[in-house]
Design a protein around this ligand. Structure first.
Ligand SMILES: NC(=O)C1=CN([C@@H]2O[C@H](COP(=O)(O)OP(=O)(O)OC[C@H]3O[C@@H](n4cnc5c(N)ncnc54)[C@H](O)[C@@H]3O)[C@@H](O)[C@H]2O)C=CC1
Ligand SMILES: O=C(O)C(=O)Cc1ccc(O)cc1
Length: 317
């Protein structure tokens, strides 16, 4: 059983950083979490709502004495956030992050912190909300957290980071960073791109008014609007930093869409029926795997599975 981290620094106190801080404090006995955010207004709000045991005024203060530093900033800001703490890191401290793309983050952290022990992580759990008020302690319960350490990563550090995420309630899986980026490109990044597109398309139409779009939005479109309300900075960075994998998946998607377009134009009902039958089976196998978020009501509020009432108290309504 690996030794758990006692002193944790969380850099970036939005949805993910706030949730990591709250979850660690709720679920790891004796842990001390220090938070820092580059935005003074976020630091003030984080202090006001008690996200961490202490909110540091500087990156140096944040990491003083830390055994684990978790970067919870947009993927494009990982390098700058790491560079700001670099001169102040305790010698044996472990570095992790929660970025939605992994190869570019591993590279940015490695360049900013040469020689550091780095175990990148991606909790595949979130919502369309952002900012310090959006965090809640149960965000990671029952959700996957993918670790993407380099092949030569320190095994003991990997085991400790893995135990940290399990303590926060997550199920941990190991993956190569490049493979992670390809998988997440199709399961998360492309769906967000499609949502941003369809909501933009509907709002730009000339022959259909915006009020008609709002008034008659059926379930499917409403789900897209939730996704398309996600943080613009975070998602700009994901697409810029997972560019190649997203473009690869977008190419495949475009070809498949063209096939469906052809079937509609030709009146090929059998092709449409076969396709929709196949996709229905995928949904059913997700439910059969017991993934809570396949529940029909998932995502209508904050996109999380129900959680024990006590820990859920910090969750915004
Ligand atoms: N939103 C989601 O559902 C999920 C997000 N992620 C990843 O988590 C990370 C954070 O995302 P959110 O918490 O949603 O964003 P957020 O916008 O809620 O919070 C990000 C925070 O980072 C701060 N920040 C930016 N640059 C900084 C710097 N150089 N130093 C210190 N603080 C800095 C911002 O002021 C902001 O408060 C991103 O890398 C994202 O890809 C991962 C899983 C789910
Ligand atoms: O809100 C949703 O539906 C999400 O998909 C949340 C999310 C966003 C980014 C991630 O890297 C992981 C999860």
């Amino acid at each position: 059983m690996s030794e758990s981290f006692r002193d944790v620094a969380v850099i970036g106190l939005g949805l993910l950083g706030g949730s990591v801080a709250l979850a660690a404090r709720a679920r790891i006995p004796g842990v001390r979490v220090v938070g820092y955010d580059a935005d003074p207004a976020v630091r003030a709000r984080a202090a006001e709502i008690g996200l961490a045991d202490a909110i540091a005024d500087t990156p140096a203060q944040a990491v003083a004495g830390a055994q684990l530093v978790v970067f919870c900033v947009p993927v494009g800001a990982m390098g700058a956030a790491a560079a700001a703490v670099a001169p102040h890191l305790p010698a044996d401290c472990v570095i992790s992050d929660v970025g939605s793309s992994k190869a570019s983050v591993l590279k940015a952290l490695g360049e900013a912190l040469p020689g550091a022990t780095i175990v990148p992580a991606h909790p595949v759990a979130g919502t369309e909300q952002s900012g310090p008020d959006a965090g809640f302690a149960t965000l990671f319960v029952g959700r996957w957290c993918i670790l993407t350490p380099a092949e030569d990563a320190d095994e003991a550090a990997v085991a400790r980071v893995s135990a940290f995420w399990e303590a926060l309630g997550a199920k941990v899986e190991m993956m190569d960073a490049a493979h992670h980026d390809l998988v997440l490109a199709v399961t998360s990044h492309l769906p967000h791109l499609i949502a941003y597109t369809i909501v933009g398309t509907a709002s730009d139409l000339e022959e259909v008014t915006q009020s008609e779009v709002i008034k008659y939005s059926a379930g499917g479109f409403r789900d897209f609007t939730r996704i398309a309300a996600s943080d613009p900075t975070m998602w700009r960075d994901v697409f810029l930093h997972n560019r190649d994998a997203v473009l690869t998946m977008l190419q495949v998607f475009t070809e498949d869409l063209t096939e469906l377009q052809k079937a509609i134009r030709k009146g090929d009902g059998a092709a449409l029926f076969d396709h929709f039958t196949r996709t229905r089976a995928i949904r059913r196998s997700i439910i059969a795997m017991g993934q809570d978020d396949a529940r029909p009501d998932f995502g209508r509020d904050h996109g999380v599975a129900t959680a024990p009432a006590t820990e859920d108290a910090a969750r915004p309504r």
